[in-house]
Design a protein. Structure first.
Lengths: 169, 101
């Protein structure tokens, strides 16, 4: 089965993602930034689907757009945004920011110009099993130890967040 | 109609990464700085998934681990932010200068 209108969907999702990314760093109100970030994450989930990674796309939507962004919105609600909104939004590091951005952009251009041959475009062989099945086999097989360490990391993060956000222990 | 290659995805990821770096360096609100860090992590994830189309599924596994990391980082970072806001009544990064000499 050949994919339909790949070019159109790629450019559409890319433009949605990048424009929402600009919105994240330019909006004055943090709630608007969070909503723009949700749109960017959804656009990126679409890009994952185009890359034949439906499991990662689902994780992206459920965990990022559903979980982490709710956390962000709760914290925006807890801290005082009315006062912060009236203040200056950007610090006096425009020059450093611009210089870093230009340097990074040039680095990317240089690497892509040099390493074009390093990114071959093989024909994608569609696997017999589904993507989720293969991810599970790898995750519970060769990446078993890393998986357990990740659970430990989440436990540490939960304890740390509770300890820091609690008024007195 | 040129076909969409891996390079196209890498360019999108690079744009997202640069946007995140600009946000981290220039915004004053800590919440938006944390969101910019999420943008950077997402750019890396897009790279990993794009390469996993060529070199097998390991990139997708790594992307899942990066998402786990992002969740832990957001929880701890926002916990620190709440604790700090309770003490100093500010969310601006340039007023968080207790360790500045």
């Amino acid at each position: 089965m050949t994919p339909v209108a790949t070019t159109f969907f790629f450019y559409f999702l890319s433009v949605v993602t990048v424009v929402s990314g600009v919105g994240v760093i330019m909006r004055k109100n943090p709630v608007h930034s969070a909503l723009a970030l949700i749109v960017a994450l959804l656009g990126q989930a679409g890009l994952y689907l185009m890359l034949y990674a439906p499991f990662v796309a689902g994780v992206q939507i459920i965990l990022y757009a559903g979980g982490i962004m709710v956390l962000f919105l709760f914290v925006i609600m807890l801290v005082n945004i009315e006062k912060a909104q009236k203040e200056e939004q950007f610090n006096k590091q425009w020059l450093a920011g611009l210089a870093a951005a230009i340097a990074l952009g040039l680095l990317f251009v240089f690497i892509y110009a040099k390493g074009r041959g390093l990114f071959p475009d093989r024909a994608i062989q569609m696997p017999e099993q589904s993507n989720t099945q293969q991810v599970a086999v790898l995750l519970y097989g060769s990446y078993m130890f890393a998986f357990e360490i990740a659970s430990l990391l989440l436990l540490v993060a939960i304890i740390g967040a509770v300890v820091m956000a609690k008024k007195r222990i | 109609m040129t076909p969409i290659t891996t390079l196209h995805y890498l360019v999108v990821a690079a744009a997202l990464f640069v946007l995140g770096v600009i946000g981290v360096l220039t915004r004053r609100n800590v919440v938006i700085v944390l969101m910019s860090i999420e943008l950077i992590l997402n750019a890396v994830n897009l790279n990993l998934v794009a390469f996993s189309r060529i070199w097998g599924l390991h990139g997708q596994i790594f992307a899942i681990f990066v998402i786990t990391d992002a969740a832990a980082e957001a929880a701890v970072g926002l916990g620190i932010l709440i604790a700090f806001f309770r003490n100093k009544e500010t969310v601006n990064v340039d007023e968080i200068d207790l360790l500045k000499w």
